[in-house]
Every structure is written in structure tokens, then in C-alpha cells.
Design a protein around this ligand. Structure first.
Ligand code: ZN
Ligand code: ZN
Length: 201
């Protein structure tokens, strides 16, 4: 099957929310391609202009990732120049649209190939609060993902307990395990509905 299936398989075995992690990869890929390859592509430029630019979250991400300052300068030269052309344009972020489509695709793969994917679920894998809501109520898939998520959250909670304990000076000589060091970040990711850990794959 296509690449997206293998990406999902890989993400399901890793700590964190698989949909958030694939979303983050997609955002990075989108900006790499946009700023390095498509800056002068007329169709891409039109699409960005028509949508009124990127949403606030993705604009902040452009600032953070700053793939190419020249690319950013060219795209935003365009956007500034057209800002007052038509104030009634409904804003629609082209990256949000792409991500929405990708999410739908991933959910349909999960639905269709769940028996194959379920055994790969990692011990710290969870669906974040945002992605739990994308699952259809009353579905077996939702019930099973909720149960697996609950189990993983319990594991993360145990790692948090160990982390808290080792802040005590009587136990501070005990080495911290990586999963304990990461536990507070994973807890934040569950509520944030996004991958917060910085490392670039
Ligand atoms: Zn998520
Ligand atoms: Zn957006």
C-alpha cells in the first residue's frame, strides 16, 4: 500500500499521538516544498492569495521554522500587496485544508485496516484530546482507541510518579530514565493536541 500506510504504522508504535506526529511531518514537508521549490509557482501563489494567506497558527510556524527568508519575503510581499484588494474574501488557510484532507485519509485507513494496525500500538501511544474527538461516536474503533489511550496514559502517569519521586533529595542519586524525563512533555502533548517535542526526524 501507499507510503501513508507505512508512516501510520511507524507513528502508531511511537510515544505520543500518531495523528499529531504525522501532522507535524506534513507541516514541515509543506513548508520545505513551498519555500524551496514552489515560491515562484503561479498556481501555488494564487492558492495562497485566494485563501488570504495562512492562519495565525501556521503563520507563527513559518516564523519558527524560517525555512527560507527569501521565500518568506517573496510570499509575504505578495500577501501584503493584495491585503486590501477584497476585504470580503473568506479566509481559508491552504495548509489547514491540506491537513484536514490528510486527517480524513488517515482516519479512513485506521478504520479499514485496524486489525492489522492495532497490535503495533506502543505502550506510550495515545490519541490526544483533539484527535479523540475526530473519532466517530459509537464506533468500535473509537472504543478500542479510547481503551488503548487510557492504558498508555496510565503508563505515562507512572513515569510522572517516578519523576516526581526523584526530585526528592533522598532519591536524587537514582538515575532518571528517558521515559521519565519525557513523561511531562507527553502529558502536555495529550492536552495540547500537538507534538511539542522539538527534534526533527
Ligand atoms: Zn493528536
Ligand atoms: Zn492553518
Amino acid at each position: 500500500m501507499e507510503r501513508i500506510f507505512y508512516e501510520l504504522k511507524e507513528a502508531l508504535s511511537q510515544p505520543g499521538c500518531p495523528l499529531c506526529s504525522l501532522e507535524k511531518d506534513a507541516e514541515r514537508r509543506y513548508f520545505d516544498t513551498l519555500f524551496y521549490e514552489l515560491v515562484n509557482d503561479p498556481a501555488t501563489r494564487q492558492k495562497i492569495l485566494r485563501g488570504g494567506g495562512f492562519c495565525p497558527t501556521h503563520t507563527a510556524l513559518i516564523f519558527e521554522e524560517r525555512n527560507s527568508i527569501l521565500g518568506i519575503a517573496i510570499i509575504y510581499w505578495d500577501l501584503l500587496g493584495h491585503y486590501f484588494d477584497d476585504e470580503n474574501i473568506p479566509l481559508s488557510c491552504p495548509l489547514c485544508q491540506t491537513l484536514k484532507e490528510k486527517e480524513q485519509h488517515l482516519l479512513s485507513i485506521l478504520q479499514k485496516r485496524w486489525t492489522e494496525l492495532k497490535p503495533l500500538w506502543g505502550e506510550r501511544t495515545f490519541f490526544c484530546t483533539r484527535h479523540l474527538q475526530t473519532l466517530q461516536n459509537g464506533d468500535t474503533l473509537k472504543e478500542e482507541i479510547m481503551a488503548l489511550t487510557q492504558k498508555s496514559l496510565h503508563t505515562i502517569q507512572q513515569h510522572l510518579s517516578a519523576l516526581i519521586e526523584k526530585f526528592d533529595y533522598r532519591k536524587s542519586h537514582l538515575p532518571l530514565q528517558e521515559k521519565e524525563t519525557l513523561s511531562w512533555q507527553e502529558a502536555l502533548e495529550f492536552f495540547a493536541g500537538k507534538t511539542l517535542k522539538k527534534e526533527r526526524k
